[in-house]
Ligand binder design. Structure first.
Ligand code: UT7
Length: 329
């Protein structure tokens, strides 16, 4: 069987128009622009205001742009995966809604839930399916409408998140490029450190759960910060070591955008200069599964064939990991 890899051939995104600034948040909760910027790196984030639009709307727009960028028609797609923790419905999968709306009528479709590591886990899963020869072309989408689970009276969480979607087309290649390696971890012991308490089968929606605000995201920020800093730095340096990559060999770090201090700690451990690190948390906040493809989109004109790129993420679960990919389009 011929050597196969999976490579990204198109990138797309969707960001809602509404810009929620730190100044506006000052009118909701006891916070201030200076605290938010110095503790997180965030200046503003996008919010999908239209109550009739949700994650599938953003994911569909991002997917259409990625298909156009790749020059691939929707009918050629074999698989659509949407990484999200804010699906339109618990079922059917958001990916099924996207499959229909983009016209990927030959594709099967499902969602993947790994919170902020969702896009990374989806990319490695779908990439492995392409490498196996089972499928040839896929859409991998990270999309979250975090504003649907944000408590705008809780200053410890409402300043952090934003809405958005990023998508890539992943295709089979016989070249020595694309996804080269990945390392991924889960620690299910810490399921209460970052979670949405109600709405699942353990605590279905009741008057009580709504009254107690259990449908909103809850996070023990300080503990997650410690775990995320260790996890992202460790796994990023581990994948470099495993693939004999020195800092000079790495062209870009594409980190999950949860906190600028976590991103800088990861880059420091990898020995990378700041100019090799993609950062857009200032503009979009933490868009959960969308952060990594949104970075790839913003930097796509700066990516060159042969660039060694490390994607790295940490999120609820707890989940974390890194992907090493060699760019070529
Ligand atoms: O994406 C998935 C993974 N998630 C993450 O990686 C997020 C990890 N955590 C973080 O990024 C940080 O922990 C936060 C940004 C959430 C919080 O930053 P911190 O430096 O860890 O602050 P803290 O929670 O230790 O709070 C420090 C102080 C507290 O006041 P006292 O107890 O020192 O008087 C908080 O009450 O800051 C206070 N505080 C705020 N002050 C102004 C907490 N939130 C705010 C706020 N504005 N929005």
């Amino acid at each position: 069987m011929a050597f196969k890899r999976a490579k990204i051939t198109g990138v797309g995104r969707y960001l809602p128009d509404y810009v929620l600034t730190n100044e506006e948040l000052e009118s909701y909760v006891d916070t201030n622009d200076e605290w938010i910027r110095t503790r997180t790196g965030i200046s503003e984030r996008r919010i999908l205001k239209d109550p009739d639009k949700a994650t599938s709307f953003m994911a569909t727009n991002a997917a259409n742009e990625a298909l156009k960028d790749a020059g691939v028609s929707a009918e050629e797609i074999d698989l659509v995966v949407v990484a999200t923790v804010t699906p339109d419905y618990l079922f059917p999968a958001t990916a099924a809604l996207v499959q229909k709306r983009v016209g990927a009528k030959n594709a099967f479709a499902y969602d993947l839930s790994a919170a902020c590591s969702g896009f990374l886990f989806a990319l490695s899963t779908v990439g492995s399916m392409i490498e196996s020869g089972r499928i040839k072309k896929a859409l991998v989408i990270g999309a979250d409408k975090m504003s649907s689970i944000m408590d705008f009276t809780d200053r410890s969480t409402c300043i952090l998140f934003g809405d958005g979607a990023g998508a890539v087309v992943l295709e089979e290649t016989n070249e020595d490029t694309g996804i080269v390696d990945f390392i991924q971890y889960t620690d299910g012991d810490e399921d209460n450190m970052l979670y949405q308490p109600a709405g699942g089968s353990l605590h279905p929606a009741t008057e009580e759960t709504v009254k107690n605000k259990q449908h909103y995201i809850k996070q023990d920020g300080r503990s997650v910060f410690k775990k995320a800093t260790e996890g992202m730095a460790d796994v990023s340096s581990e994948i470099m070591e495993k693939n004999n990559l020195k800092a000079d060999d790495v062209a870009w770090l594409v980190p999950h955008q949860a906190n600028l201090r976590i991103i800088h700690a990861t880059a420091r451990r990898m020995g990378l200069d700041k100019n090799k690190v993609m950062v857009n948390i200032n503009k979009y906040g933490n868009t959960t599964a969308a952060t990594i493809p949104l970075c790839l989109y913003d930097w796509k004109e700066s990516l060159n064939d042969g660039d060694n790129i490390i994607l790295s993420a940490f999120g609820g679960g707890l989940t974390w990991g890194a992907i090493y990919l060699k760019w070529s389009k």
